[in-house]
Design a protein around this ligand. Structure first.
Ligand SMILES: C[S@@+](CC[C@H](N)C(=O)[O-])C[C@H]1O[C@@H](n2cnc3c(N)ncnc32)[C@H](O)[C@@H]1O
Length: 346
């Protein structure tokens, strides 16, 4: 299969990314320690930050504000320059609106935000330019899916050659990501990654929800709304890495001389939508929110990817998935696993 070009978030991502936001909260302490460790430039030179895989920027406002505060605590008045990056298909209009909005970190004097539309599996900055590279909930998106996943849309359900191909692609992509950041970070520069992760059994915590989605897609085929061929090429191009897949290349593999792994933490996130449903019992709200989150994160990959189906099919899918979540609420729960990593560029 060719590169999907998908992976971009849907227009509702900023409003429907509470789970991703919970992941970022877990990383706050690690970001603070990165800001204590990083060399801050002197003589009025700018502190350069990359926010890699920014989407609409909503979830970047807090960590970037924290970054500005951390840098200024070390060296008051230091200019801070943040480059938000994502793939060209990202909604950069939404990012610029967030940057211009009332809760933007750029409202602080001498703080600058800009954007670049290029994959983080490619070079993004001149050598040695960056002081901090921040990447949250984005490196599980692969540059390509080598083979269709037979009978499913989700990598952790892949078997045989499709599974082997995804694992290999994930290793290549992670190596490309680390290699480019190793070149771009200045000595002492900090890399902080909040990565979509899996336990050693390969599971990400959202398999039940993806199974419901596949049941609904199969039903759309049975009812003639979708062809078998369209379903066969529908894939969410992600791979949630195990701890070893994240850590080995840094600790004992090709990047052991370029990075020092300072800390790592494996976290299983609560599902904020389930927590709310548990408290208020509002099943309709829960089912709608689970589906909206699913569509915001994965709808573009499924419906605007190689299957190229119309918006009417996406709407039927949305309605059907909402009903399925309402009927089996516990299957809609996603207790995402994330890997927090902090490494110093040597
Ligand atoms: C789940 S969103 C996370 C957004 C934000 N960082 C957050 O924490 O909410 C994943 C983002 O990664 C982006 N992405 C996927 N593949 C990418 C790549 N190869 N290079 C850069 N960004 C990528 C997607 O377009 C999307 O905006």
């Amino acid at each position: 299969m060719s590169p999907t070009g998908s992976g971009a978030m849907g227009s509702g991502y900023g409003r429907h990314s509470a789970a991703q936001h919970a992941g970022l909260r877990a990383a706050g302490g690690m970001l603070d320690r990165a800001l204590e460790a990083v060399p801050v430039p002197a003589d009025g030179h700018a502190f350069r930050v990359a926010d890699l895989g920014c989407a609409s920027g909503t979830n970047a406002m807090e960590p970037m504000a924290r970054t500005v505060a951390g840098v200024r605590a070390r060296r008051p008045g230091t200019p801070v320059w943040v480059t938000h990056t994502d793939i060209p298909a990202n909604d950069f209009g939404a990012l610029f609106a967030t940057l211009a909005g009332p809760s933007s970190y750029t409202r602080t004097p001498d703080v600058f935000g800009c954007a670049q539309a290029r994959s983080f599996y490619e070079p993004l900055f001149p050598p040695g330019e960056l002081h901090l590279a921040w990447c949250s909930i984005a490196v599980h998106w692969l540059s390509r899916v080598p083979l269709p996943i037979d009978g499913h849309i989700y990598g952790s359900r892949a078997t045989g050659a499709a599974r082997t191909g995804l694992r290999r692609q994930s290793a290549e992509d992670w190596a490309a990501f680390l290699g480019h950041r190793a070149a771009e970070l200045a000595p002492g520069g900090q890399l902080v990654v909040v990565g979509g992760a899996a336990t050693d059994d390969g599971l990400s915590g959202a398999e039940g929800l993806f199974d419901l989605a596949v049941d609904e897609l199969d039903d759309l085929v049975a009812r003639g709304a979708l062809t078998r061929e369209q379903l066969a090429v529908m894939t969410v191009p992600t791979w949630n890495r195990t701890t070893a897949e994240f850590v080995d290349p840094v600790v004992s593999g090709p990047f052991r001389d370029r990075f020092r792994l300072e800390e790592r933490e494996f976290v299983v996130l609560d599902d904020p939508m389930w927590v709310r449903y548990d408290a208020d019992g509002d099943l309709d709200a829960y089912a709608s929110e689970v589906t909206a989150s699913f569509m915001a994160a994965f709808g573009p990959s499924l419906f605007a990817g190689p299957a190229a189906v119309g918006p009417d099919v996406a709407q039927r899918f949305t309605d059907g998935l909402t009903t399925r979540v309402r009927n089996r609420p516990e299957h809609g729960v996603a207790r995402w696993r994330i890997q927090l990593l902090r490494a110093t560029r040597l």
